[in-house]
Write a protein that binds this ligand. Sequence first.
Ligand code: HEC
Ligand code: HEC
Length: 463
Amino acid sequence: MNDETKQKINKRYERELDKGERFWPDTIFRDLIMSLGIFLLLILLASFVGIPVEPKADPSDTSYIPRPEWYFLFLFKFLALYGQLPLIGKIEWLATVLVPGVAIGILTLLPFIEKSPNRYYSKRILPISIMTIMVTGIVMLTLMSEVPTVAEDGSTLLGTLQTIVGIFIPVIAYVLFAFFKSNTRLMIWTTSLAALSMIIISGTVLALAPEKKAEETEVATTLVDQIFAGQDLYSIHCTECHGDDGSIAVIQGVEGLEGEKITPINSRDVLYTITDSAMAEVIAYGRPSSGMTPFGKTYGGELSKSEIDYIVVFMRYMWDDRFEVPQEALKPLFPPLAAGEVPSYDVHIQPIVKRYCISCHRAGKENNNYLMTTYEEILTTGDQAANNVIAGDEGSYLLQVIQEHAIMNPEKPGEELIGVMPPNRALKPNVVDVFFRWVMNGMPRTAVEAGALSTTPAATPTP
Ligand code: HEC
Ligand code: HEC
């Protein structure tokens, strides 16, 4: 700083002094008013708006994945992107300590690095450029924080684009700054181009990002509704390994886990020792080491938090003898059949299949390609589609296997073509009876069609 500027600054200082504005008490007073205002605002926000709290911390829970507050999401994202980099991605301290350290260091040292007394924007291009890139990066990374780095189908396109925004462009811009720092025009160009491309690429990422599935609307409000919802979800997702009533101790008919021993989850051993929240966590996180995959959406599964809670409610009320089941929750799975009455798909078969078969007989499971989620699928799919369900034929494979007669392979003597169904336990006789009457009477779909086939009226009208 030469003498001339020093004098200029001193003169200005004198002038300000003359005007009467002093650091103490004037400036301090204004600061106090401002901070009091902010303080009051915070108190009002805290008392009237507040933020939702998470469930109580459970120190025995090792599967909890903490997520930072929104104002740290950019750092979270940065670390995720950095971790994907080849070679240096493994050197964690570079990203967790060095980079933030350098950034904060530069900010702290800025008054010493940038000694120019000029406060005009056009004379402070370097710091402004550095900050522009940094702030753009922070904003963009925060906006993209929800977009997965590796897509569900394993594609890394979005991840690569995010890395370009969060790491490559800023690094390239900063390197260029080092060369251009004395050329204002080049600096402005570099900064604008870098910031603009960061915004455009982030926009592309957000546009391409998979739509976040809307949380399902809360349908089950009453306890009974929750138990039913939990029952349905349990039947679909859990029956294949734990059985329709949670009593399975040896897994059967599940690829990769055949013969695996498990603790019956309807036992006191499990129900008395695991709290509701721990149970929800077991379901959400699974037991990956034993073969139970995660079910919670947070861990890549299919179930939302409330769906998992319904399953827990179902397990408690149906199996835990410390809970009393509401009477309405005990309604039978299907209306009992009168002599000569023919069951229909809509009224009888569908709920039975949902309870006992769907868990394995849906897409993505090992089941000889036999899907049972719709009427048509039950009649037409499967490797043995032609033999599974034949109207009026007792030998229909489906009827055979549910009566604990395995179908032997005609080409390889001594080997089963189809094992007994469900593999883990025999169906109750009244359920077998429903399947039997249904197939023998030509698989009617609706109650009306079934009624026409029945030999006695479904309900005897009271005179
Ligand atoms: C692919 C098979 C499979 C499926 C599907 C499955 N589980 Fe499991 N589950 C297991 C295995 C294996 C274990 C570990 C059992 C053990 O260690 O005794 C387990 C353990 C559990 C436990 C803990 C038992 C304990 O002793 O701590 C609970 C509770 C549980 N499962 C509930 C469920 C629920 C509810 C569902 C449906 C949302 C489900 N499971 C779906 C295989 C499965
Ligand atoms: C625990 C899983 C599981 C459950 C539950 C289950 N199945 Fe299966 N099902 C299988 C598997 C696996 C196969 C493939 C054949 C085999 O391994 O025996 C199969 C095959 C079949 C087949 C032969 C399909 C074909 O075209 O080859 C029929 C029929 C069948 N199941 C009926 C049922 C019925 C009816 C129920 C419900 C009452 C049921 N299954 C429940 C696992 C299951």
